[in-house]
Design a protein around this ligand. Structure first.
Ligand code: OAD
Length: 244
């Protein structure tokens, strides 16, 4: 796989690399993305219509069970060569900030540290009414289970459409934006705000932006480098190219 020489040199000399990932980087680990056709049991539901407070209020059981299915998928998934390449890249450069929209924890499993999770983590739960963080609960057969502290329904500790992002994670992602030497956007359709604005901010600050995605996105034509293909193939090849 060939990469532009200027891209290789920019990475080799970068003091600070920023990377935004989305569901596409976990696709090769078997975790379905959000905007591509769903298969199997849940094919009839649109994830965008299940991932809201309104959906949970209307049908808490349905939403809980959808997340239980995704949690099960995620628990069986293993990091793929794309996740592993990013963990390795972080060991080779002075500073790397990894920002993910994913809730699957696969970057951390691959060895990445200090991952900024913009949309929470599906392995954690909290209660609907008061955000109590809940690690264990009594299985009474009721779905969703109830918060041991206040009795309200439990829900996954992920960000739903219309909800605010974790303030600290967003603050870190935004405030460090000006210090990046290069910004990668990998496996994201680049449409969900505020994550979608991060590469735009980089472009406005004249920071080179690299996209890795087999499809075009609203961002593709603005990127300095659009690498079309699978993250699990392009990222290991890019690591190899850096060594030459
Ligand atoms: P999407 O499902 O919107 O987009 C996945 C992107 O990954 C698409 O552009 C695919 O073309 C690309 N893709 C698929 N396979 C790939 C591969 N092997 N390598 C590289 N790219 C690949 O997922 P996100 O952009 O992550 O939010 O979605 C953003 C947010 O919307 C999610 O975090 C979630 C969702 O609703 C919440 O739940 C709040």
């Amino acid at each position: 796989m060939d990469f532009p020489q200027q891209l290789i040199e920019t990475i080799q000399t970068a003091q600070h690399i920023a990377i935004l990932t989305g569901a596409g980087i976990s696709a090769e680990s078997g975790v379905p993305t959000f905007r591509e056709a769903q298969t199997g049991l849940w094919a009839q539901y649109d994830p965008q219509e299940l991932a809201t407070r309104y959906a949970f209020q209307q049908n808490p059981r349905l939403v809980w069970e959808w997340y239980a299915w995704r949690r099960e998928l995620v628990s069986q998934a293993k990091p793929n060569p794309g996740h592993l390449a990013l963990a390795e890249l972080a060991r080779r450069v002075p500073r790397l900030t990894l920002i993910t929209q994913n809730v699957d924890g696969l970057h951390q499993q691959a060895g990445s540290r200090d991952v900024i999770e913009l949309h929470g983590n599906i392995a954690r739960s909290k209660c609907f009414d008061r955000d109590h963080s809940v690690v264990t609960w009594e299985e009474t057969g009721k779905v969703p289970p109830r918060c041991p502290e206040c009795g309200s329904y439990l829900r996954p500790d992920v960000v739903w459409f219309g909800e605010s992002l974790p303030a600290e994670a967003l603050h870190t992602a935004v405030t460090t934006a000006k210090s990046y030497d290069i910004f990668f956007t990998i496996g994201t359709s680049a449409v969900v705000e505020p994550a979608a604005s991060l590469p735009i901010t980089a472009l406005k600050n004249k920071i080179p932006v690299v996209e890795i995605n087999p499809q075009t996105t609203p961002l593709t034509s603005y990127c300095d480098y659009a690498l079309s293909g699978l993250a699990g193939e392009i990222l290991p090849a890019l690591l190899d190219a850096l060594e030459v």
